[in-house]
Design a protein around this ligand. Structure first.
Ligand SMILES: O=c1[nH]c(=O)c2[nH]c(=O)[nH]c2[nH]1
Length: 310
């Protein structure tokens, strides 16, 4: 039994900058000013005291989901941290502290991304505008905290971070060969395909408090995980999306020993070849694939590193 509010879009300007992150070789992301922090938040609350609202039509303990929306918006003004996860933990804890009838809350959010835009710096170069941002529909950070009240204190039951909606195309140096050939097989083996993947990556920490970002050295930013995915895709000549996802997972675990687990959900959006043989070199003409869509899901932890890390 639970209820809540989703699609609570909240925009906070001049939030605390995210700084002090650990640098990794695959990424030039070292922090962000958080001049404009956008989130699409979801709040889900649980508690035995909500049973009468379902069973008897008794709303005396019901916090209206409209009020939850207002609560989330209000607290965005008081949040003094720098991460999506930190905000979720803060608002979730405030819910539990404010409403006794809430026994647990599951707070999650997708970051609404805004890109920096270069403007002339007055010395012949460019610098990021401090005022103007581009609305982005690229990949975005995801965060989730599941919090409970235990003996009057808020405790973390579960935590998850992620980056969702990554879409990458590699024009060549991908194969898909060696799969089962039987009476159902019509797909030709391809030594060199143009591979287009959709990818969501999720991770958990050994210490779920590390996701708050209060110790930036221990925080894993979505931007760095995204960058690892594209670098590994660039570097590796893979034989399938399965192979690619595994290689990305190894690199993520290698770079971030503070993580407990990495999860992948990938989609095959590979275009179909229309012209190739009469074009020069590696040139091709391609088109969108029809439905249905292939997908892969995979979880990894540090025990996977023992076999294969480079
Ligand atoms: O990377 C891939 N993995 C598969 O399992 C698969 N199956 C398929 O038809 N194409 C692909 N590509």
């Amino acid at each position: 039994m639970n209820y809540g509010k989703k699609h609570v879009n909240v925009y906070r300007t001049y939030a605390t900058p995210l700084t002090g992150l650990r640098e990794i070789p695959e990424s030039d992301f070292t922090g962000k000013p958080n001049t404009l922090l956008g989130m699409e938040v979801r709040a889900q609350v649980e508690g035995e005291e909500f049973l009468p609202s379902f069973r008897d039509g008794d709303n005396s303990k019901v916090v209206a989901t409209d009020s939850m929306k207002n609560f989330i918006l209000h607290h965005a003004g008081d949040y003094d941290g720098a991460t999506v996860e930190g905000f979720l933990h803060y608002v979730g804890s405030e819910f539990l502290d404010t409403y006794d009838q809430m026994e647990a809350v599951r707070m999650s959010a997708d970051e609404l991304q805004f890109d920096e835009r270069p403007v002339p710096d007055g010395e012949g170069g460019f610098e990021p505008s401090e005022l103007v941002f581009r609305v982005s529909d690229n990949e975005s950070a995801f965060g989730e905290y599941y919090l409970k009240r235990e003996d009057g204190d808020v405790v973390i039951e579960d935590q998850r971070s992620g980056v969702t909606g990554i879409e990458l195309v590699k024009v060549k140096d991908n194969s898909f060969v060696g799969y089962v050939q039987d009476e159902y097989t019509t797909l030709p083996e391809r030594e060199n395909r143009t591979l287009y993947i959709g990818l969501d990556i999720f991770w958990t920490y050994d210490d779920p408090e590390a996701a708050l970002g209060e110790d930036p050295e221990e925080y894993v930013p979505a931007e760095q995980v995204r960058d690892i995915a594209q670098v590994v895709f660039d570097e590796k000549d893979v034989n399938s999306i399965q192979d690619l996802v595994y290689q990305i997972g190894l690199r993520v675990l290698e770079r971030f020993p503070q993580l407990a687990e990495v999860n992948f959900e990938s989609r095959n959006q590979t275009w179909l070849g229309v012209r190739k043989d009469d074009l020069e070199g590696d040139a091709k003409v391609l088109r969108e694939p029809p439905r249905p869509t292939g997908f892969q899901r995979f979880s990894m932890d540090h025990s996977d590193l023992e076999g294969g890390a480079e």
